[in-house]
Design a protein around this ligand. Sequence first.
Ligand SMILES: C[S@@+](CC[C@H](N)C(=O)[O-])C[C@H]1O[C@@H](n2cnc3c(N)ncnc32)[C@H](O)[C@@H]1O
Length: 389
Amino acid sequence: MEIPAQYKGREQAYIKHTLLETYLFKLFMIIGQSQPTISYVDCLAGPWQDASDDLSDTSIGRSLSTMRSCLESLRKKNPSVRFRALFVEKDAKKYRRLKEYLDTLETPIETESFHGEFDKVRHKILDWCGSSFTFFFIDPLGWKNIVEVSTLEPFLHRNNSEFLINFMFEFILRAHQIPEHEEDMIKIFGQVPQTDGMIPEQKESCLVNLYRENLKRILPIKGRKPRSATVPIQRPDKDRTIYHLVYLTRHPLGIVKFMEASEPLDFVQKAVRIQAKHDKKIETTGQGELFGAFENIKVDQGSVPISMVKEYWLKQLTSQPQLFGIDKLADMLEETGWFESNFQDAFHELLLEGKVRNLADEGKSKRSKKFVHFNANHNSGEQLAKVVT
Ligand SMILES: C[S@@+](CC[C@H](N)C(=O)[O-])C[C@H]1O[C@@H](n2cnc3c(N)ncnc32)[C@H](O)[C@@H]1O
């Protein structure tokens, strides 16, 4: 696997676009089987930093091609399903390019564009969405009048919506203790975050989790409890987070599919970092290492110690069998930020050690990867228990 040439020097954008595309495909293929209309809104569209005429390296191009593939794949299951896409951009020059692109594009997707500042056109966006299922992609360059919970509130009240928000962590980390940004911090977090005495990793989880909690406070009139997950995107040349892609949904299966889409990217991000360090070494010493990034990554995989995941499992289980379905899996993914494969591997080890039971798979198991079928019995799952000796 190679990072496409047009993403050279902006590998973060490749990770972001791949996550967007992978998750949108999974989501639309599920939602598109039952909903008559699917809407997608790119609230800060660009085109931005693209290196291709067909915008294939932008969120505009990649979202439209994903919707097109979904529409084609859904033809048999739901032939009347409609896909609509709205792109919002404030910069006049960029907007002209966007409009020209959309006007000349041959696509079965119903496209629309608005020229203006996101916060000023919020109600126009909401009108355009109507009552259809809508996915909002919010990808700013900063935070002002965009990612604050107060700015997003009219959208968060909406039913039938999902969000992917670029939380500009690096900027916010720098600003969160500066007195002149206090008011903004309250709009983002609901309070001024207190991070004195924390190590960098603690500060990062404190800030991003506070934001996630604050987003979840705004509820639509009906619908299930809000849930969120996040994917940290690292600077390729440094082991440092540049931003978090914060995902918000009211559907437990959404969390499961989002984490499924982000798992392979964890691998790609590590490879990108190894490659960047490798390139830097060549630049400074004129000498590279023998192996490429994707060979080296195998050694570096599995960042969550399995012992920790096993311990977590044992805390979830009781001697009395309980159903572990999609709801429970979503709780576990949301709480820990780990992947389903971490839970499957740990449960397998516990089974081999005779510490747990899966009542749906007793005796000689033929299972090799998924030791718990969380989606069995229409997503109610399987009965699991701790073995008490
Ligand atoms: C990070 S770029 C978007 C990149 C794009 N999502 C992608 O991945 O290809 C942000 C874009 O939003 C535009 N923008 C910034 N502030 C805005 C605002 N308040 N309302 C609408 N657009 C805005 C910028 O001109 C820029 O084109």
